[in-house]
Design a protein around this ligand. Structure first.
Ligand code: ATP
Length: 876
């Protein structure tokens, strides 16, 4: 049997039981029953049990279990059992957190998956990759990802990047002709393969293979290296955590030796040292980042920003320049035609007369040289083109009918480098090529002009008049398309050569008003120390007019054109970029240079993009932002963040979220480290003064369970507030663990340790070591729970609304406090938890010491703020 690429289009359609208008619902069902869903079987996911097992991967936990078992065998069965239970509860907690974080990342992946335009029952529908079936007819245009393998059935200058599959970096041209001989993958020019993408042109393909049957599916085993890269913050925290662990281990080692020397039983001294190490080593340090970021991305998705790479959230917090497209991002992308200009006259859209041959010619040409459709109220395509079709509709001219009467015989598709497109039609017995595009690009190719008196040569004066008209439109903020044509006898395949010697027909000016929220978002950006920059393919004057309205630009001297940049060296551009707020008539290559220039100035750049050629700039930017609605699949694939509403204000919101999440992570880390430090200080202090150990191993583990990760994660969920946008962007290379931050941790740990020690001494003096350690245990546990409120902000929060605004933190506090109160007061538990049962007064003291630690820390924050306001550095 012939291979698919050796068959004709008809044979292939027959083979997959399809037709050019696509499958019916019934056929889709049947095909799916036969071939399943279009998905690659993922690399084996970890089961919950495996994740649970991994919680015990920590060497210290294993040692602790071993020593608990040994001490159980030697007689202390109760404490061994409690230690095992606490460790198991910790592992359960860790498992729940990991699974939840994973789930939220998975749901995010689903949201940002690519889609295809599929013909089903003759109508175009947008479908996620998974739903494609064999026999589906897919419409392709520049920027589309190929999501299944298929045979080309229509081709308009298609070029495809198959590098993911073949390694060939140059885009390959496609054809629909069958290939007679055997052909290697890279030579099957009539086939499209999943994993590649369209760089140019248009076409249709019928799906022949899906899922694991595709070429990429066959080698999918090689591609299953899907482990998430760690964010820079995670890497630096992990390094810090390692160093800290070594320090703690050394400390615990010395403590073990000292305790043995002081006559403690080796086994119990060992168990204590290991329990202290387990409790004090902040193993949750880098996982807290994953958890907080992945939950944060859920919130961002609801606010229209889908994060594709977790690192982006971190980066967003330090963005200092946002380079944004104009059309659709700063403007509404709801184009309406405002004016025609033809035969020397400006005509308002409402006054177009379609009985006038010139005006109707411009109207028909604008519908023919156009890829968009508006059928049954379903608008598909570029809003610029949609505006042209909608104007026709307004005058009763249906696009489908016009296109049926003068079908397209050839085309050179639009691309943002040429800034124009051409189509070839049979009109009034002539082979006519219609060209539309940016006026400056068209004028250089135009030699003639259409007038009511006939076609004549285009003079310099004509050009001047047309340019002036364009200038007038632009100053009103209108987007202008120029139209020209050329009769080409008997020609079906258009080449770039044909787009010369054109006859100028007219101009169409459209309005695309700025988004209402753009002005406020730009103002917020500037307040937050972020530089907004507009980069557009549009005309300079027009772009500047819009930029001025929304506050990006104040003077025309802050606008330049792509051609100006072209003349500059990279060094010159680096000096130039701070002075420019609007770049007009840029091509995608200019975008990369602008990003690089800002980066060379040490800035963190977010850059938006939508076209296939934008992918390199999106990758170059620190945060590539793709448009979810109008963007190509290729741009989305290259981006770190996708906007589901294409809105500039969403980027600013995302930056705010990024800053808030960073702050929350910082607060959570501060909480973890200062609390752990408090515990170590207490033990150190007791050892130095020759006092008995202030805690039993089970105390330390219990504190670790209740007061470590739960409040830390709750702090990561702290409600966001706008305060962060009043500050300048954080420098990207600024480490989270600054001296200032570490000194805060030290000081707060000192306060917690001191109060715990006071608690210990109170009990010790009342009734010896057991009551002392009961007090210390209770005070440390509660002080750490109270400390959660301290870590909400750098400001004192105790008498503010913010104190109670985090339900997660409140829940963690109530849960922890209820547990510890039960342990300290229920008589049956004292033996198990190695405590003395406290009466109400004693419990009151424990609460008082813990609460006092919070008050002191709040006071220290207040003093720090006062000193800072007074212009002095507090030194802590
Ligand atoms: P932005 O980069 O802000 O999104 P843009 O959408 O105007 O701006 P491009 O899409 O690259 O940028 O368009 C550049 C120019 O090409 C436009 O100013 C217009 O003159 C012309 N143009 C845009 N769309 C079409 C089209 N569908 N057909 C022909 N010419 C077009």
């Amino acid at each position: 049997m012939k291979k698919i690429y050796q068959q004709t289009v008809e044979e292939v359609l027959d083979r997959v039981k399809s037709r050019e208008s696509g499958l019916t619902d019934e056929e889709v069902k049947r095909s799916r029953e036969a071939c399943g869903w279009n998905e690659l079987t993922e690399g084996k996911k970890k089961s919950i049990l495996q994740i649970f097992g991994e919680q015990y991967k920590d060497f210290l936990v294993l040692i602790l279990i071993a020593s608990a078992v040994i001490s159980g065998i030697l007689g202390d069965v109760e404490s061994a059992a409690v230690i095992m239970i606490v460790i198991t509860m910790n592992a359960v907690l860790g498992t729940v957190q990991t699974v939840k974080a994973e789930q939220s990342l998975q749901s995010l992946k689903k949201l940002s998956g690519p889609q295809a335009k599929v013909l089903r029952d003759g109508a175009v529908v947008l479908l996620p990759a998974r739903e494609l079936v064999v026999g589906d007819v897919i419409l392709l245009e520049a920027g589309d990802m190929i999501l299944a393998d298929g045979r080309l059935i229509e081709n308009a200058s298609l070029k495809v990047d198959e590098s993911a599959l073949t390694g060939e970096s140059l885009a390959v041209e496609k054809s629909i002709d069958p290939i007679l001989e055997e052909a290697a993958l890279g030579d099957r020019s009539n086939m499209m393969f999943s994993g590649s993408f369209v760089t140019y042109g248009r076409g249709r393909v019928v799906v022949t293979d899906i899922g694991m049957q595709t070429e990429v599916g066959k080698i999918a085993g090689l591609l299953k290296t899907t482990s998430e890269k760690q964010t820079p913050l995670q890497v630096s925290l992990e390094e810090f955590g390692k160093k800290l662990s070594i320090l703690i281990l050394v400390f615990c080692g010395i403590l073990f030796a000292v305790n043995v020397f002081r006559g403690e039983k080796i086994s119990s001294a060992f168990m204590f040292a290991v329990a202290l190490a387990v409790a004090a080593i902040p193993e949750a340090l880098s996982s807290i980042v994953t958890i907080v970021l992945s939950f944060g991305t859920q919130k961002m998705a609801k606010e229209h920003a889908i994060i594709r790479k977790l690192q982006a959230v971190e980066g967003l917090g330090s963005v200092s320049v946002i380079c944004s497209d104009k059309t659709g991002t700063l403007t509404q992308n709801k184009m309406t035609v405002e004016d025609y200009y033809i035969d020397g006259k400006r005509i308002a859209a409402a006054a177009v007369d379609i009985s006038d041959p010139a005006q109707s010619c411009l109207l028909y040409d604008s519908i023919l040289c156009n890829d968009s459709t508006n059928e049954n109220g379903m608008e598909i395509g570029d809003p610029t083109e949609m505006a042209l079709i909608n104007l026709g509709k307004r005058y009763g001219v249906e696009a489908a009918e016009v296109r049926r009467l003068s079908p397209r015989k050839g085309e050179i598709p639009f691309d943002s480098d040429r800034k124009m497109m051409s189509t070839l039609h049979r009109i009034d017995g002539e082979n006519r090529m219609i060209v539309k595009g940016a006026i400056d690009c068209l004028m250089t190719r135009t030699e003639w002009i259409w007038t009511s008196a006939g076609v004549r040569e285009l003079t310099e004066k004509d050009k001047e008049i047309i340019r002036q008209q364009n200038q007038d439109f632009s100053m009103e903020g209108l987007r202008v398309l120029a139209f020209a044509y050329r009769d080409i006898p008997d020609k079906h395949i258009l080449t770039a050569e044909d787009e010369n010697h054109l006859v100028f027909l007219g101009l169409i000016a459209m309005m695309d008003p700025p988004r209402e929220e753009s002005k406020a978002a730009v103002a917020e950006c500037i307040k937050a120390g972020i530089r907004p920059v507009m980069i557009t393919g549009d005309h300079k004057i027009m772009a500047a007019a819009i930029a001025k309205r929304i506050g990006i630009l104040h003077d025309l001297s802050e606008a330049c054109e792509g051609a100006d940049i072209e003349k500059m060296s990279d060094d010159q551009l680096k000096e130039f970029v701070p002075h420019i707020s609007v770049y007009a008539r840029v091509s995608p290559e200019h975008k990369i240079r602008i990003v690089r220039a800002w980066q060379q100035r040490g800035k963190i750049v977010a850059m938006t993009g939508d076209g296939v050629n934008d992918a390199p700039a999106l990758k170059q930017a620190d945060i590539g932002v793709a448009m979810g609605v109008t963007g190509t699949e290729v741009a989305k694939d290259a981006a770190a963040m996708v906007l589901t509403d294409d809105n500039f204000a969403t980027i600013v919101k995302a930056v705010e979220n990024g800053r808030n999440l960073y702050q929350n992570i910082k607060n959570a880390i501060q909480f973890l480290l200062s609390g752990n430090f408090g515990a170590i200080l207490t033990v150190l202090c007791a050892s130095v003064f020759g006092l008995p150990l202030p805690f039993a191993p089970v105390h330390l583990l219990f504190i670790n369970l209740l007061t470590d990760s739960l409040p830390a994660i709750a702090l990561g969920m702290e409600p966001h507030h706008g305060e962060v946008m009043k500050e300048k962007p954080r420098s990207a290379d600024e480490s989270i663990l600054t001296r200032n931050f570490l000194s805060k941790i030290g000081l707060e740990g000192l306060v917690i340790g001191t109060m715990t020690m006071i608690g210990f001494m109170t009990g010790y003096h009342q009734d010896g070591a057991l009551l002392g350690s009961t007090y210390a245990f209770g005070t440390l546990c509660l002080a750490r729970l109270f400390h959660g409120f301290n870590c909400k902000s750098d400001h004192p929060v105790i008498l503010t609304k913010q104190f109670l605004n985090n339900p997660w933190l409140l829940s963690a506090f109530v849960l922890g406090a209820a547990f510890i109160t039960a342990v300290l007061t229920l008589p049956g538990l004292h033996h198990v938890f190695k405590v003395e049962t406290l009466d109400l007064v004693q419990l009151g003291f424990v609460y008082l010491y813990a609460f006092a630690s919070m008050l002191v820390i709040q006071l220290l924050k207040w003093i720090r703020i006062k000193l800072r306001k007074g212009g002095k550095n507090s030194g802590f």
